[in-house]
Every structure is written in structure tokens, then in C-alpha cells.
Design a protein around this ligand. Structure first.
Ligand code: HEM
Length: 154
């Protein structure tokens, strides 16, 4: 495969993208380290999910405020990550059918992710479950591929 302008998970040729990828990685690694300081509620909707992810620690709130809009932007650009994880590959492949509304709160972030496509709804719901596992178990959960729809507890 020829590395295109999208880069390869940040390892492509574009230095700006490489720097962004390094930054995004440092943010989600720190979120995984601080997973005990994060609370999360997830509501399943017919067409997606609504989540509330919060922390009493301002450092963690700042990380959430960085991470979630950055991931939204990467979805819009098709600047994929976790390319070894089939769930993420599938989400990025269907990014044009996915809507994400983000509300930054004083203590966290509220997200509504929806789609008109049933398969994409199931991907969104499976991803919501994957984030729950990151919050519950930190790096231990992030080192394993995320369950695809139907495989896990989504
Ligand atoms: C404790 C760790 C983490 C927390 C608290 C967290 C939090 C979030 C939240 C709140 C969202 C919005 C969607 C939702 O609420 O379900 C989100 C989306 C996303 N996160 Fe994370 N995340 C974490 C770790 C990671 C890791 C390790 C990666 C990748 C290596 C990642 C990549 C993404 C991507 C690509 C999205 C957008 C895709 C989508 O929402 O469908 N996150 N994350």
C-alpha cells in the first residue's frame, strides 16, 4: 500500500500529522493511565448512543476536552488510528455515515453519536462499550482488539 496524504496512523510523511498523532497518543495514554478518575454513563438510543464522561480532576477534564474533539476531527478527515483493531477500521470506513455532537462541560463531555445506517448504529454502540472498558480497565483493555457488534456486550 502506498502511503497517501492521510499518512499511516501518523507514521506517514507529513510532519504536521505525525506531530498531531503523537499528541493524540499521549492524550489517550494519559486517559488510560488515569482511568480510575473517570466516570461514564452511556445511554443506548435507537440510532446510536448518548454518553456522559466526567471527572472531578481538572487535568482529566482537560484531557477529555482535547481527546473527544480531536477524535471527531480525525473521523471527519479519515485520519485513522488503532488500525490493528477491526472495530476502529470499520468505524473509520463508515465515518461519512456517522454524526457526532459534542458538548464540553465544566466536568467532562457529553456526546451524542448517531447514524441512519443500522450497521453504523451497531458500530457506534460497540464503540461506546469499548470506551466503557477503557474507563473500567485502562491499558489492560486498550491492548486488546475491541469486540465487534454481536461479539461483546453492546
Ligand atoms: C480512558 C480512555 C479513554 C476515554 C475516557 C475516551 C473517551 C472517549 C469519548 C467520550 C468518546 C466519544 C464517544 C463516546 O462517548 O463513546 C471517544 C471517541 C473516540 N475515541 Fe476515545 N477514549 C479513551 C481512549 C481511547 C483510545 C485508547 C483510543 C485509540 C487508540 C481512542 C480513540 C477514539 C476514537 C477514534 C473516537 C471517535 C470514534 C467514535 O466515537 O466512534 N480513545 N473517546
Amino acid at each position: 500500500m502506498t502511503p497517501g496524504p492521510r499518512g499511516r496512523g501518523g507514521h506517514g510523511l507529513d510532519p504536521e500529522r505525525r506531530a498531531r498523532h503523537r499528541h493524540d497518543q499521549s492524550v489517550f495514554h494519559r486517559l488510560l493511565e488515569r482511568h480510575d478518575a473517570i466516570q461514564r454513563q452511556r445511554e443506548v438510543l435507537d440510532n446510536g448512543i448518548r454518553t456522559l464522561t466526567t471527572s472531578a480532576d481538572p487535568e482529566v477534564v482537560a484531557l477529555l476536552h482535547d481527546h473527544v474533539p480531536a477524535m471527531h476531527q480525525r473521523l471527519e478527515e479519515g485520519f485513522a488510528l488503532r488500525r490493528w483493531d477491526p472495530l476502529y477500521v470499520e468505524i473509520f470506513a463508515h465515518r461519512q455515515q456517522l454524526r457526532m455532537a459534542i458538548e464540553l462541560l465544566e466536568d467532562g463531555v457529553r456526546v451524542e453519536e448517531t447514524s441512519d445506517d443500522l450497521w453504523v448504529v451497531r458500530l457506534i454502540q460497540a464503540h461506546g462499550t469499548a470506551v466503557d472498558a477503557f474507563v473500567a480497565h485502562g491499558h489492560e483493555a486498550a491492548g486488546q482488539p475491541s469486540p465487534m457488534p454481536g461479539e461483546g456486550k453492546d
